[in-house]
Design a protein around this ligand. Structure first.
Ligand SMILES: NC(=O)c1ccc[n+]([C@@H]2O[C@H](COP(=O)([O-])OP(=O)(O)OC[C@H]3O[C@@H](n4cnc5c(N)ncnc54)[C@H](OP(=O)(O)O)[C@@H]3O)[C@@H](O)[C@H]2O)c1
Length: 283
């Protein structure tokens, strides 16, 4: 049975589903089948990037799916070495060729790479790509409040979404608040802590889930949903894929929400120690 995922309205009038599918490590022919399984279960937002080396198979799954193209939101990202205006536009065309699609429904700058100082130029390229019809809704990823302020001040265009790390050990409250201040929807990457931390096996989360007959990962996805955050949760397992969508029939109490917040480890909780003010994406 396919789950109908509630939608979220963005500041540019586009809508996206309130849960998306992450695709790191979903590759090759098996990856195509895993993405098709996810679409079959109800996923309509599929997140990819040049970094994941799978734009080709994401496009293949979208083209092979029986779900009409206009009901799927394919989201990719501008790699760090293409922040120059002209190169960014050429790269978007290249990424589209890799997917075999005519346009990306959603497109983000992957990292600000502040040491290069070109993220405003990259943002201008996304604005141009949108005008050219190469991409529909445009946003950013891993932008802190001051990066957002700069691109908005210099272009007058506010990103629709900002995809940032948010998971039980790294709540990232400040960044989530900055997004809210600008009317930007937050997407959460590594919402389950990938396989790097043990959040999805934490006894407190298992304990909360027992009351509702839900797993710890379902508690995490629900906790994000109740924070108005769109989790981009990855699974190649059809049962996990379905479970991660099955979070709309229960509600965490304020006390349970606080219990998840209490797991925060601040900067030490990041899965890969990637502070966007310091991290440089080389791809
Ligand atoms: N913008 C950025 O800079 C950035 C950075 C990192 C990630 N991302 C995006 O965010 C997505 C998600 O993050 P992630 O891939 O790092 O990891 P994640 O979604 O936090 O965790 C994925 C892991 O959790 C397991 N899992 C999923 N559902 C489960 C369930 N119900 N029960 C038990 N285990 C479960 C998966 O295994 P199974 O496959 O076996 O279910 C997989 O090992 C990425 O795939 C990518 O699209 C973006």
């Amino acid at each position: 049975m396919s789950i109908d995922i509630p939608k979220v309205m963005l500041n540019d009038g586009h809508e996206i589903p309130s849960i998306g599918l992450g695709t790191i490590d979903l590759m090759g022919n098996k990856g195509v089948l895993q993405i098709l399984d996810a679409i079959h279960s109800g996923y309509r937002l599929i997140d990819t990037s040049t970094n994941y080396d799978n734009e080709g198979i994401v496009g293949k799954a979208v083209r092979e799916s029986s779900v009409p193209r206009d009901q799927l939101i394919v989201s990719s990202k501008l790699p760090g070495k293409y922040h120059d205006f002209d190169n960014a536009l050429k790269m978007i065309e290249e990424q589209l060729a890799r997917t075999g699609l005519e346009y990306f429904d959603k497109y983000l700058i992957h990292w600000p790479n502040p040491d290069d100082g070109k993220y405003v130029e990259a943002w201008k390229a996304l604005i141009q790509a949108q005008k050219l019809g190469l991409v529909r809704t445009i946003g950013v990823s891993n932008f802190l409040g001051h990066h957002l302020e700069k691109i908005i001040d210099e272009t007058g265009v506010t990103p629709a979404t900002n995809q940032i790390e948010v998971q039980p050990y790294f709540h990232n409250k400040e960044n989530v608040e900055a997004n809210k201040k600008f009317g930007i929807v937050t997407e959460a990457w590594s919402p389950l802590g990938r396989d790097i931390n043990d959040a999805k096996e934490h006894p407190d989360l298992i304990g909360i889930g027992e009351k509702y007959n839900k797993s710890a990962p379902q508690v995490i996805v629900r906790w994000l949903h109740q924070r108005d955050i769109v989790p981009i949760v990855r699974s190649g397992d059809p049962i996990h894929q379905k479970d991660n969508l099955d979070i709309f029939d229960f509600e965490l109490t304020d006390e349970e929400m606080d219990k998840v917040f209490a797991l925060d480890k601040g900067e030490d909780g990041r899965v890969e120690d990637q502070n966007p003010d310091e991290y440089h994406e080389y791809v």
